[in-house]
Design a protein around this ligand. Structure first.
Ligand code: GDP
Ligand code: MG
Length: 148
């Protein structure tokens, strides 16, 4: 765990409200939770991903059994991409989001409160959040290349 007593530089994370979240009308609820926690919104866009961009985003999962279903799912409808900023926002957002599997994600988290298993080939879990500073820089460059 990061030493919470040490001064932390402001960092940024990429958040996606995935197509299931947009389709279910949960975009406002997701953004509200992140803003209410105190993180600052610095970029926001509704967009439809093409397959190439989706594969670029999820390159780390290439070859896994859920890779193709994941690409189909993430390109199945519009998603909302956002960048949030704040000390330890990468870790903080992943805590707000909850575990990948919504069935066991903690109640109180986005996935724990708002997502469930629908028996699909891919886990539809409403949100994505970068998992490290390196991932955040790489992912932000995919969605918001103009952001310094
Ligand atoms: P995240 O960082 O919590 O979103 O999880 P990962 O980066 O490990 O996986 C990316 C996305 O792929 C997840 O959010 C799920 O939508 C999906 N996914 C991950 N693991 C599995 C799995 O074991 N089975 C299925 N069906 N989908 C998965
Ligand atoms: Mg991930």
């Amino acid at each position: 765990m990061t030493d919470a007593t040490a001064p932390q530089q402001t960092e940024r994370t990429l958040v996606l409200v995935k197509p299931d979240g947009v389709e279910r009308g949960l975009t406002g609820e997701v953004l509200r939770r992140i803003e209410a926690k105190g993180y600052r919104l610095v970029a926001l866009e509704l967009r439809q991903l093409d397959r190439e961009t989706a594969a670029r985003h999820y390159a780390e999962h290439e070859g896994k059994p859920f890779f193709e279903p994941l690409l189909e799912f993430i390109t199945s409808g519009p998603l909302v991409a956002a960048v949030f900023e704040g000390q330890r926002v990468i870790e903080g957002f992943r805590s707000i989001a909850g575990a990948t599997d919504p069935t066991v994600a903690a109640p109180g988290s986005i996935r724990g409160d708002l997502a469930r298993d629908w028996g699909r080939k891919v886990i539809a879990n409403i949100v994505h959040g970068s998992d490290s500073p390196e991932s955040a820089a790489r992912e932000i460059a995919i969605y918001f290349p103009g952001l310094a």
